[in-house]
Design a protein around this ligand. Structure first.
Ligand SMILES: CCCCC/C=C/CC(=O)SCCNC(=O)CCNC(=O)[C@H](O)C(C)(C)COP(=O)(O)OP(=O)(O)OC[C@H]1O[C@@H](n2cnc3c(N)ncnc32)[C@H](O)[C@@H]1OP(=O)(O)O
Length: 396
């Protein structure tokens, strides 16, 4: 906590807060850092110190540390008191945050304090419970719905009439949603589907949208998109949970190996029919599946296209737990709400400890799988399979 607050505060002093999230979340502050200095009066400052006591929402420890540091800097100037001992966690975190402000002038600190309180007051006036996070970029269509509630950001695939097949736009939107979720206040991020399917994988009509550069260009851009998409899952910093509400196909199955928890209804099935489609595994499954379930079970799925029931997938370690369909939603959300109340920083750090050693390897595997698929997409085997599906001659 102290480290995060310290780093934030140092960035703050250096004027280097530049990500879109920070820009939108603290617009007034950003204006102050980047534009001409406007000064807050002593009266504004006193009003802000009163206003802060009236906030309806707890702004969280990181923000409280920032407020503390700015208040001390504004009233006492640079930190010159002795550093508390390492075991005095709270006072040490406060000291770190204050000390990180360095020689920031008192009146700048006063101004930043007023701006911060005013941005907090504005956001705490909202009484809406279920909202897309205020600073989240909205997806480009309603095929993806993103909500935040109870410390959980939920990304819902919302094309039930097409079994939640992933269009090119949806890949982009999911990447945007993950990026926003990685920076928002939620503790946990969930991916789920609306309707009877979780996801039927890549929308096969994506293959019909051929650019002027022809099929080679299509395959090249598809491989770049696939690689970027899977990279977001590899790098996602918070606990990532799949709530598999029904059958899952193709890429929606393979990326499950990059999730931290997979909860499934007993109605779900897991199907990766790559050979049938003239394609090859993606989503790092060529590495994660053999690791999770052993090479021969992975081969049955990824090479022979064996469809697993939810219970089989659970026995093989791909699914964490299976729930009866009748109680699935209720049981899963009760559980996730309880998890979301755990200290978010501790969860994030524990995830890093579990996952970070493999990240480099996963990125390399993702690059390799995407390259191989680029060639597969140009093969007769793949083109014939897509044409068969599109002409309604073949279904899985
Ligand atoms: C950036 C690019 C990255 C690429 C990454 C690569 C990923 C690889 C994969 O994901 S491979 C998996 C591809 N998916 C499939 O092959 C599934 C194809 N769909 C089916 O076989 C069936 O639709 C089904 C088994 C999923 C469901 O069958 P059911 O009979 O229950 O339902 P319908 O077939 O009537 O489906 C309803 C409508 O939905 C359309 N649809 C379903 N899935 C897809 C899909 N993947 N792509 C495109 N369209 C899909 C289906 O055509 C129906 O549409 P209609 O009502 O207009 O007829």
């Amino acid at each position: 906590m102290a480290g995060v607050a310290g780093r934030l505060a140092r960035l703050w002093c250096s004027g280097a807060l530049s990500s879109p999230l920070q820009v939108t979340r603290f617009p007034a502050l950003q204006l102050h850092l980047c534009g001409p200095a406007m000064r807050a009066s002593q009266k504004d400052f006193e009003n802000a110190t009163n206003q802060v006591k009236l906030l309806k929402k707890d702004p969280g420890n990181e923000v409280k540390l920032k407020l503390y540091a700015l208040y001390k800097q504004a009233t006492e100037g640079p930190c010159n008191v002795p550093k508390p001992g390492v075991l005095d966690f709270i006072n040490k975190a406060k000291w770190d945050a204050w000390n990180a402000l360095g020689s920031l002038p008192k009146e700048t600190a006063r101004h930043n304090y007023v701006d911060l309180v005013s941005s907090l007051s504005a956001s705490s006036e909202s009484s809406i419970q279920v909202t897309p996070a205020a600073d989240r970029k909205q997806p480009g269509s309603d095929a993806l719905v993103v909500t935040s509630q109870d410390g959980i950001t939920t990304i819902t695939l919302n094309r039930p009439d097409k079994k939640n097949a992933l269009t090119t736009q949806m890949y982009h939107d999911i990447m945007l949603a993950l990026e926003a979720a990685s920076k928002d206040d939620s503790a946990i991020t969930v991916l789920t589907g609306n309707g009877d399917y979780y996801c039927s994988g890549n929308d096969l009509t994506n293959f019909t949208d051929i650019p002027p550069g022809g099929v080679e260009e299509k395959a090249r851009s598809g491989a770049v998109l696939l690689r970027d998409f899977v990279d977001r899952f590899i790098d996602f910093p918070k606990p990532l949970v799949a709530v598999v509400n029904g059958p899952a196909v193709g890429i929606s199955v393979t990326i499950l190996g990059l999730f931290d928890i997979v909860y499934a209804t007993d109605r779900a099935t897991f199907h990766t029919p790559f050979s049938h489609l003239g394609q090859s595994p993606e989503g790092c499954s060529s590495y994660t599946f053999p690791k999770i379930m052993g090479p021969s079970k992975a081969t049955e799925m990824l090479v022979f296209g064996k469809k697993l029931t939810a219970r089989e997938a659970c026995t093989q370690g791909l699914v964490t737990e299976v729930f009866p369909d009748s109680t699935f939603q209720k049981e899963v959300w009760v559980r996730l709400k309880a998890y979301s109340k755990l200290p978010p920083n501790a969860m994030r750090i524990s995830k890093q400890v579990i996952r970070n050693t493999e990240k480099e390897k996963l990125h390399a595997i993702n690059a390799e799988e995407s390259n191989i698929l680029r060639e597969r997409w140009l093969s007769d085997e793949c083109m014939n399979a897509v044409v068969s599906f599109l002409s309604k001659k073949a279904k899985l």
